[in-house]
Design a protein around this ligand. Structure first.
Ligand SMILES: Cc1ncc(COP(=O)(O)O)c(C=O)c1O
Length: 350
């Protein structure tokens, strides 16, 4: 089966993405996509970019997009790096800032790509057990280590930590890079971007996939000290200089600049999240407080797998992991109000 494979990929344990169903129409609440379309300005910008210039390579530096992000965040463009989705930014960051002989640390229940990258890039890690209430054991991420990865707000639990706590973490780990993955920060979390000028070891990573409804466009970015940004460029230019195509650069720039549409989208998602959480609690579910575009949910009597299968039979896709620590929990993405009503109806039946 694995004939001709390199040792690296023979030993790889790849990430398993959530199902993207083909054919049958599901209410799709399994990959934390935005239920609303991207800003109309994004589509206009992509249409404008889809012309004769496609014969030319895109700007490898993504300068216009970086300038737009920098303007929004009060940074300078040399503090911003863009790439093909934040997964790729994370992959570059693991390669740029971590060494095999220095154990990196991250929480045990967090984004499941972190252990995949750790293994694939030949790194070592210590995964710190969660607090009993599933909050992030930040104190345990301090002390001697080769780097820290903090998903804030955390996935799949949805709980975040304050900027003050991140600052403590940065002060306690001054000699290593602290990556803060803010994929979900726009749904009620507290961003650490404001700490970048004071902490040269902080790398904040964000994405256009969630709050800007552009999962299909594949754009993510990192923000940090220019020295860290140069490190990421060094990895990128050792693999593929043109990671963000012309259409993606144009579309993402328009999305970052359409602040009103972005705010409205986030507010709608958060309102639906709170309404759904309340209904689920009334139905007897345990629902963790969420600062993200999903809920982490369990039922006292029904197993997570039984709920997953029962929902699928009723046309609703959600996410479940076999990891025993969370096998009684489901992660449910926030859809439109109508989609969440379908979910609640299906759960009522179950
Ligand atoms: C915590 C976290 N970080 C990063 C990503 C990657 O997002 P993308 O590659 O679409 O930017 C995801 C996607 O679900 C995520 O949940």
């Amino acid at each position: 089966m694995k004939e001709f494979w390199s040792r690296r990929i023979v030993d790889a344990v790849p990430y398993v993405p959530g199902e993207q169903p083909k054919g049958q129409t599901f209410v799709k609440l399994n990959t934390n996509e935005c239920p609303y379309p991207p800003s109309p300005k994004v589509v206009e910008a992509i249409t404008r970019a889809a012309g004769e210039t496609l014969r030319l390579y895109p700007d490898p530096e993504c300068l216009e997009l970086r300038c737009a992000i920098a303007r929004r965040e009060g940074l300078s463009p040399d503090q911003v790096f863009c790439s093909n989705g934040s997964d790729e930014v994370l992959a570059f960051a693991f390669q740029a800032f971590f060494d095999p002989d220095k154990e990196i640390v991250f929480p045990q229940i967090t984004y499941s790509f972190y252990p995949v990258y750790t293994n694939y890039f030949g790194l070592t890690c210590r995964q710190v057990p969660m607090n009993p209430d599933f909050s992030t054991p930040v104190e345990e991420l301090m002390g001697k280590n080769g780097g820290v990865v903090l998903c804030n707000p955390n996935a799949p639990t949805g709980q975040g930590v304050s900027r003050e706590v991140v600052e403590k973490l940065l002060r306690a780990n001054p000699d290593v890079v602290v990556i803060v993955d803010e994929a979900y920060v726009d749904f009620g979390g507290e961003s650490s971007v404001g700490l970048i000028d004071r902490y040269p070891n902080l790398l904040v990573i964000q994405t256009a996939s969630k709050s800007r409804a552009l999962a299909g466009l594949r754009v993510g970015w990192a923000m940090g000290n220019p020295n860290l940004i140069q490190g990421l460029c060094c990895v990128r230019d050792s693999i593929n200089s043109y990671t963000v195509d012309r259409l993606a650069q144009a579309g993402a720039k328009a999305a970052v600049e359409d602040e009103d549409y972005f705010t409205q989208t986030c507010q709608k998602v958060m309102a639906t999240r709170e309404r759904t959480a309340q209904r689920l609690r009334e139905m007897g579910y345990t629902v963790l407080p969420s600062q993200a575009n999903f809920l982490f949910v369990s039922h006292p009597d029904k197993s997570g797998k039984a709920l997953l299968d029962g929902l699928r039979e009723r046309g609703v896709l959600v996410r479940w992991w076999s990891n025993p620590a969370i096998s009684n929990w489901l992660r449910i993405s926030i859809g439109t109000d109508a989609e969440m009503d379908t979910l609640l109806g299906a759960l009522q039946e179950l």
